[in-house]
Every structure is written in structure tokens, then in C-alpha cells.
Design a protein around this ligand. Structure first.
Ligand code: G16
Ligand code: MG
Length: 221
């Protein structure tokens, strides 16, 4: 029996995935590694330092910087990202998300957040959503980021529910891997192609339907 829904933040609840992209793209250009939106799919849901390593590896530059220099590059990206999210407000919540949250609560299901972002709490407060969630698991609470299942497993544990009784919602391939690794049902938001491991995929949040998701969840169980 379904007991909880666990959301990813960036790219599912709000479009901060775009701001992460813009900030990394700038950083990539600064270090001489320009990259495409297609490559950016590989960065979604991936922690700050792991993202930097992927970008440097793309340009074969992973050995060109010391650990300290890498820290400063990551810091520089974060300062840019933080400046981009300065003015976010509840109007930046993606379509249908507030309705979905209301429906989840109406059904008596628990609500969790699983974001590897160190900025997750700040973003959730700016959106006015922090208080609605029963549990928020962010970078501070976990050792291994997505695609490792740790973050979704921790959310289930803190919600005191069996992972099999949870549905996770993600926009990133690394996030879908994390959900599936945790033994949960995965809802993908984005392209079928990059989220092929999800149990159901919606092109955008405006198409999300809790009724339909639960129908497919019950069929698979
Ligand atoms: C998010 C983003 C990633 C970002 C990561 C770390 O994860 O999807 O692109 O690199 O957080 O963010 P920060 O640099 O703010 O710590 P999620 O799990 O919310 O999708
Ligand atoms: Mg995401």
C-alpha cells in the first residue's frame, strides 16, 4: 500500500535545474570546456564536486587543477548559482506541483524531499514550501549523492515507511537510478530518452496526474 511520495527539488518542484545549467555553462567556458544541453543531462542531480569533475573530464582537464583550485571553481559556480536564485518566490513553483502536494496530503500520504543540493533548504523556504514537507533530506544528511540510492532510502527511513511503499519523482537520470536502486517506483519528468529507467515519464510537470501515477503503481505492485 502506497504511503509516501518523495520529490526531487531542482527541475521537479522549481526550474532551478536551468540555473544550475547556466552557472555550470559559464564555469565550463571559463575553464575552456564549453558543453551542450545534451551533456548537461549528465550533470542533473549530480553533486557539486562530482559535476565539476565531469566537466573537467569532458575537456580532459581533470589533472590540470589542484584540489584547492577545484574547490574555488566549485565555489565560483555556486556564487553565480546563488545570485541566480536570489529572487525566486512561490510564483516559481512549476505547474501542477502545488495541486499535487495538496492531493498527496488529502490522501493522507507522507511527503518527502530528496535533494543533493546544499541550497535546498534556502530554495524550499523561498518557495514557501518548507513547512509542507514531513522530511527534507539534503546534502548535509547524506554521504553519497545520486545515483547512489542513499538519499531516497534515508528519506523513507526518516518517514518511517518501507521503500516499496514510496514513489519518487525525478527529472534526472542519476535521480531515477537512485530511486530504482532504493527499490521505489519512479516517476520521471522530462524526456523518455534520458529517463528510460523510470516506471512512468511525463514530458513536463503540467501533465502530472496523481490518479494515473497511483493506477500504474498499483498495477506494477
Ligand atoms: C541538485 C541539482 C544538481 C546540483 C546539485 C548540487 O540536485 O540537480 O544539478 O549540482 O543539486 O547542488 P548545490 O551545488 O546547490 O549543492 P537535486 O537532487 O535537487 O536535483
Ligand atoms: Mg533534479
Amino acid at each position: 500500500e502506497l504511503q509516501a511520495i518523495i520529490f526531487d527539488l531542482d527541475g521537479v518542484i522549481t526550474d532551478t535545474a536551468e540555473y544550475h545549467y547556466l552557472a555550470w555553462k559559464q564555469l565550463g567556458e571559463d575553464v575552456g570546456v564549453p558543453f551542450t544541453r545534451e551533456f548537461n543531462e549528465e550533470l542533473k542531480g549530480v553533486s557539486r564536486m562530482d559535476s565539476l569533475e565531469k566537466i573537467l573530464a569532458l575537456g580532459n582537464k581533470h589533472n590540470d587543477f589542484t584540489a584547492d583550485e577545484k574547490m574555488s571553481l566549485a565555489e565560483k559556480k555556486n556564487e553565480h548559482y546563488v545570485s541566480l536564485i536570489q529572487n525566486i518566490s512561490p510564483t516559481d513553483i512549476l505547474p501542477k506541483i502545488e495541486e499535487l502536494i495538496a492531493d498527496i496530503k488529502k490522501m493522507g500520504l507522507k511527503l518527502g524531499l530528496a535533494s543533493v543540493s546544499k541550497n535546498a533548504l534556502a530554495v524550499m523556504s523561498s518557495l514557501g514550501l518548507k513547512e509542507q514537507f514531513d522530511v527534507i533530506v539534503d546534502a548535509a544528511t547524506i554521504k553519497k549523492g545520486k545515483p547512489d540510492p542513499e538519499i531516497f532510502l534515508r528519506a523513507a527511513e526518516l518517514l518511517n515507511v518501507d521503500p516499496k511503499a514510496c514513489i519518487g519523482i525525478e527529472d534526472a537520470a542519476a535521480g531515477v537510478d537512485s530511486i530504482k536502486g532504493a527499490g521505489m517506483f519512479a516517476v520521471g519528468v522530462g524526456s523518455e530518452q534520458s529517463l528510460s529507467k523510470a516506471d512512468i515519464v511525463y514530458a513536463s510537470t503540467s501533465e502530472l496526474s496523481l490518479e494515473k501515477i497511483i493506477e500504474v503503481y498499483n498495477k506494477i505492485k
